[in-house]
Ligand binder design. Structure first.
Ligand code: VGL
Ligand code: ZN
Length: 197
């Protein structure tokens, strides 16, 4: 069984959003077109409480895109984004979300970020997606979505390390590309055995 895993195609990551990724909206029609080629479609949704610890606004004297040390390791500080229930947290309006069988939310723990669809940024606390995939006999994953260098990257690397066969369809992803993050992400994904196509 082969699933399409659509990462964070949400308004805040598209042009006009709080953490806009250049061209983030350009991938939506291609993702819709790809959905029919898979046994399952799964969406992830970045879903932070207001005042989340990854928001620069809650750290006095800090600005977005600065990196701080958190108990679980370095953390990039972001503009407030994908606040639970806000329009920015909603999926892009033309993404065909009714075709998804599963929507997994992440980043809801106020004290810890969760780039990966599988684990929070402590690399330990599971989201439950692994169990869902295994109980549905899904062995192969193709990832698309936003952003290539953060949530797609972390999800792809974790999936590969968990033993899934993983591909990332790069033309259906867009990157934040901050401080060399895209190049680093591509290296990390390739190193984990992810097929970048
Ligand atoms: C993401 C930064 C913060 C992503 C989510 O979806 O790549 N990036 N939250
Ligand atoms: Zn986030």
């Amino acid at each position: 069984m082969h699933a399409l895993l659509v990462i964070d195609v949400q308004n805040d990551f598209c042009p006009g959003g709080a953490l806009a990724v250049a061209g983030g909206d350009e991938i939506v029609s291609g993702i819709n077109a790809a959905m029919g080629k898979f046994d399952a479609v799964i969406l992830t949704q970045d879903w932070h409480p207001a005042g989340h610890s990854s928001f620069a606004s809650v750290h006095e004297g800090r600005d977005p895109m600065q990196v701080i040390d958190m108990p679980y390791g370095p953390q990039v500080l972001w503009p407030d984004h994908c606040v639970q229930g806000s329009p920015g947290a909603a999926f892009h309006p033309t993404l065909e979300i009714d075709r998804a069988q599963m929507i997994i939310r992440k980043g809801y723990n106020p004290a810890i970020d969760s780039y990966s669809a599988f684990f929070e940024n402590d690399h330990k606390t599971p989201t439950g997606l692994e169990g869902y995939l295994r109980t549905r006999s899904i062995t192969d994953l193709t990832l698309v979505g936003l952003a290539t260098d953060f949530c797609v990257n972390y999800s792809a690397v974790d999936a590969a390390q968990l033993g899934f066969t993983v591909a990332v369809q790069m033309d259906l992803c867009r990157a934040i590309d901050f401080d060399g993050s895209l190049e680093e992400a591509e290296k990390a994904m390739r190193g984990a055995g992810v097929d970048l196509r």
